[in-house]
Design a protein around this ligand. Sequence first.
Ligand code: SF4
Ligand code: SF4
Length: 366
Amino acid sequence: MIYKEYGKTGKKVSAVGFGGMRFDISKSKEENAELLRYANAKGINYFDTAPYYCKDQSEDIFGIAFKNMPYEFYVSTKGTPKDFNTAKKAKEAVKKSLDRLGLPKIHFYHIWCLIKMEHYELAMKPGGQYEGLLECKEEGLIDHIVFSSHQPGLEIKHILEDGKMEGVLLGINILNFPYRWDGVMAAYKRGYGVAAMNPLFGGAIPNHEKELSFLASGGETPTEAALRFLISCPQISVVLNGFTTHKHIDMACRVADEALPFTDADLEKIRKKIGDNMNSACTGCGYCDNCPQNIPVPSYMQLYNEKQIFGSSDKEMKKKSYLWGITESHRARANECIECGQCEEACTQHLPIIERLKEIASWEKK
Ligand code: SF4
Ligand code: SF4
């Protein structure tokens, strides 16, 4: 395992981090907790969770594991400025997370899911979330206040220049890096910690290994190449992996043991191949699953990725919309969109969801 400095915090974190958002919740909490201990025994020391992950079970699973972890570790959790819009609510949220994690302190607390500057401003308003977190820091309940962002590089730069944060969590991977690199460099150059989330593009990379074979070299798979890209990148402190099995942990740790960096020539080749499509692809984060019409927007937008990323024709897409079984679910269909805009407001990638649903509705028409 490689360990890297997380910015100026004085903490050395494992290049592979455990993202607690993809537990198999058909298993018991104890079984899932065992995965965390296994990862810790393999050298992983950065454990990231949040309220609501895995039907709100993730923090509890972490709490069970933390009762007897083999080695030292750091924990990260989160709270959104919208949910905790006063200092009092922010402090209560921290205390609730501490209680669930069974720890005296949270090492990295994220101001969670900044999609636009208004969200940051909300967190920083007098009497708002940041003030509550600062008080927690003074009381020794938090070590470092950091943020997670889905914003363009320039906005990330502005937030970092404000000097209140100690690191950032960003969605970056081998397919979208040309569009996210500004944010990484803005943090790295100023000496901040950078955590990467979504390293496998919401599962699109393992699901399309054949089409993405150009990513790999030396006998590795495209999935291993995608992990190697981030793990070996000096500008990135820790890469969060949503582990579900021991096999996933073994693979990420093996990649971290070998971790040969990509050369500039490799990256140039990838840049040319991926073109402009990836910047407008859905990452499968699920934040848009808030439709008053009960349309399964994240599933539809993942379906649209087939056209966006891999260039499937309208004829192929017509077949796929049925194959995916989205329309067989008991939820509403694409043509029932009333264009209220709630999903677009929530979209971390700023995607034109309403326009895409119109296209999908035309594929769904018999
Ligand atoms: S714009 Fe359409 S899909 Fe989006 S939330 Fe509103 S009704 Fe649902
Ligand atoms: S459409 Fe946007 S918010 Fe919804 S899952 Fe995709 S990236 Fe996330």
